[in-house]
Design a protein around this ligand. Structure first.
Ligand code: FAD
Ligand code: NAP
Ligand code: FMN
Length: 601
């Protein structure tokens, strides 16, 4: 195409002589020459000097990073979805795990979307800890050229709801980055909030970055036309093949071993992954709800555009136990109770936490009855029933088509009521062998047996923490890995609580397990824990680490994992003849090398 006629209109915001000279310049130009000029002018406008002809001929595709921090894979899955959506909007987008990059790299990121979950009590996900510490500290670079938005994943039943999302959001702003879309904090039922956030944030970034080209839609792949894909959104109904009580008679513990059938599901997993189970609530708790409110169990209710009876909704759709600040707030909009109002006042935060501890929603209904509550109003105060995660206790190589779990059943008394954990008691008593439970796999990419089959492996797994190590040892046996394996296990009593005792003894006899150290805490006057056994074996443990061993911990996060960490530091300091700081650096190197891995809850 050539332009033979003047094209700049006289209405342009230019002097008449400028219009004339522009028209004379444009006259007769070819399309590629016009494009060059367009690039040249936009280069001038951006203050970056004249572009090269090549750069001017094609407008660069803007880059976008979706930075995620995850422990159980939710943030990663959402980061992948966001990356795909960003590509479809014309960005050169990539998802980056906080576990895999240094904080200094942030300064290269002009368009940044952060998706991060919160763990422990307001802590970062295990694998994002180093990144988070550097990010909050002096190592973080200034980010004047960064546009960002943050999605926090969390759970309203925790006091520090979405703390990581909040911290990342505030810190990015403090580092000079510009928030282009407000942070969204998600509860366990995050699909709608996520959809709104990623569409909104991408639209703003797209408008600002003006991406030139939209990547062509990918051709349909074999996966896209695959029949049914079971996932978090579409869990697989897995048949319970077997349930075995692992504790002996007289034990204070109730730990069950479960075997589910995955045949025909297409679900795959690796030793170290977790299985999510979607439970049903207990019948007696549902009945108590219905009696207390006086509502008809057959009342129709609508949840996310699906019809249920009230009874169905309370049984399989709603979290009818977890009591949290948002739940109490929503309930009090109906109950309008002065005492609750006072508890909800931010000045009484500590009293509210006191009230919440050991209580469930049923206590609210009893203690602060709401007159004439409707079925819809009752349903409206609760969130969706969240699935529970369990560390998988089997290797698929040893048990093809099956997945095994080790579940500690939660029962306790509080405020005059017998309480039961929703999912652990569902697995213990509300599904029978031959019945099905909805499940899906949540991969844990970092918690895997050493890639080098010759490397030694040290496993610390008291109580249900034993689960992934049963899978690890099965895996190493199945692949013929020659590396040494050392297990530390502990529970209350040798006679009743030695989980999978015969399996470990067989592995020891076969030489698959090189060493087994046991800490039965209540078989003697003084408590003995796994970390005491570690200390007794400090010299050898350090020698294994020096030989390249990986060190794994699974089980209780709040006390055990912390105490084991202290013991590990002490052993390294003592046996390595190192200073405290050097021992810290040694452990940090283990973590950096992905040789100190934890799956704690
Ligand atoms: C990655 C991961 C892996 C896991 N792996 C395993 C595993 O292999 N095996 C396993 O058994 N569990 C495992 N868990 C824990 C599991 O997900 C569930 O949290 C557990 O089964 C309890 O769920 P529930 O539905 O039975 O109890 P819920 O209904 O969720 O009730 C538990 C809640 O009850 C309250 N509570 C419990 N005891 C008391 C008490 N004495 N006083 C007052 N309040 C109390 C607490 O608020 C607690 O959070 C894992 C968790 C994660 C995150
Ligand atoms: N987040 C959740 O929703 C959730 C749900 C279920 C379980 N959990 C956690 O998972 C853990 C596993 O439960 P579990 O019943 O299988 O086993 P457990 O309670 O961890 O007990 C296993 C063994 O560890 C001992 N132990 C207690 N404190 C310890 C410490 N500081 N260091 C090392 N060992 C210690 C226990 O001894 P004593 O009992 O004699 O002290 C027992 O011998 C629970 O403790 C709980 O915190 C969390
Ligand atoms: C042991 C444990 C501790 C948790 N602690 C918190 C917390 O302190 N605050 C919060 O908002 N959410 C908390 N959560 C909820 C997680 O953030 C939530 O499940 C999230 O979806 C996990 O995302 P991820 O799979 O990307 O790690 C916790 C969950 C577990 C299992």
């Amino acid at each position: 195409m050539s332009h033979t006629d003047p094209v700049v209109p006289s209405t342009a915001p230019l002097a008449p002589e400028q219009v004339a000279s522009l028209n004379s310049l444009i006259k007769g130009l070819q399309a590629d020459q016009l494009l060059w000029i367009e690039g040249f002018i936009s280069g001038l406008r951006a203050g970056s000097g004249a572009p090269t002809p090549a750069a001017a001929a094609t407008v660069a595709t803007p880059e976008l990073t979706v930075l995620y921090g995850t422990e159980s894979g939710n943030s990663e899955a959402l980061a992948d979805l966001t990356t795909k959506a960003a590509k479809a909007s014309g960005f050169k987008a990539k998802a980056v795990n906080m576990a895999d990059i240094k904080v200094a790299k942030l300064k290269d990121m002009e368009n940044l979307l952060v998706i991060v979950s919160t763990w422990g009590e307001g802590d970062p996900p295990e694998t994002a800890t180093d990144f988070y510490e550097d990010f909050m500290g002096d190592k973080a670079p200034k980010l004047p050229n960064t546009r960002f938005s943050v999605l926090g994943l969390g759970d309203t039943s925790y006091e520090d709801f979405c703390k990581m999302g909040k911290d990342f959001d505030a810190r990015l702003e403090a580092l000079g980055a510009r928030r282009v879309y407000d942070r969204v904090d998600c509860d366990v039922d995050y699909d709608d909030d996520f959809a709104k956030w990623h569409k909104g944030a991408l639209a703003v970034l797209e408008a600002e970055a003006k991406p030139a080209a939209t990547e062509p839609a990918a051709a349909p792949t074999a996966a896209a036309v695959a029949p049914v894909k079971y996932s978090r959104k579409n869990p697989f109904p897995a048949e319970l093949n077997e349930r075995v009580m692992l504790n002996g008679e007289g034990s204070a513990k109730e730990t069950i071993h479960l075997e589910f059938n995955l045949e025909g599901s297409g679900l795959t997993y690796e030793a170290g992954d977790a299985l999510a189970v979607v439970p049903h609530n207990a019948e007696d708790v549902v009945d108590d709800f219905i009696q207390t409110t006086g509502l008809d169990p057959e009342s129709p209710v609508l949840i996310k555009e699906q019809d249920y009876t009230l009874h169905q909704a309370l049984t399989s759709q709603l979290d009818i136990t977890s009591i949290s600040l948002p739940v109490i707030k929503r309930y009090n909009e109906i109950a309008k109770d002065a005492k609750l109002e006072k508890l909800l006042d931010p000045a009484h935060k500590a009293e509210l936490q006191d009230y919440i501890y050991g209580r469930e929603i049923i206590d609210l209904l009893h203690e602060f009855p709401a007159k004439a509550i409707t079925a819809d109003a009752l349903v409206g105060i609760m969130r969706k029933l969240p699935p529970r995660l369990y560390s998988i206790a089997s290797s698929p190589k040893a048990h093809p088509g099956e997945v095994h779990l080790t579940v500690g059943v939660v029962r306790y008394d509080a405020h005059g009521r017998n309480r039961k954990g929703v999912c652990s008691t569902y697995l213990a008593e509300r599904i029978a062998e031959g019945e099905k439970a909805d499940v899906f796999v949540t991969p844990n990419k970092h918690f895997k047996v050493p890639a080098n089959g010759d490397a030694p492996m040290i496993m610390i797994g008291p109580g249900t923490g034993i689960a992934p190590f049963r899978a690890f040892v099965e895996e190493r046996k199945a692949i013929g890995a020659k590396g040494k394996n050392w297990l530390f296990f502990g529970d209350q009593h040798y006679l009743t609580d030695f989980l999978y005792q015969t399996e470990w003894q067989d592995y020891l006899a076969d030489g698959i397990l090189t060493k087994l150290d046991l800490a039965f805490s209540r078989d003697q006057k003084e408590k003995v824990y796994v970390q005491d056994r570690m200390r007794e074996n400090g010299q050898e443990l350090y020698a294994w680490l020096e030989q390249g061993a990986s060190f794994y911990v699974c089980g209780d996060a709040s006390r055990m994992a912390t105490d084991v960490d202290v013991a590990l530091h002490d052993i390294i300091e003592q046996e390595g003849g190192l200073s405290k700081d050097d021992a810290v650096a040694y452990v940090k190197k283990l973590k950096d090398d992905k040789r100190y891995l934890r799956d704690v809850y």
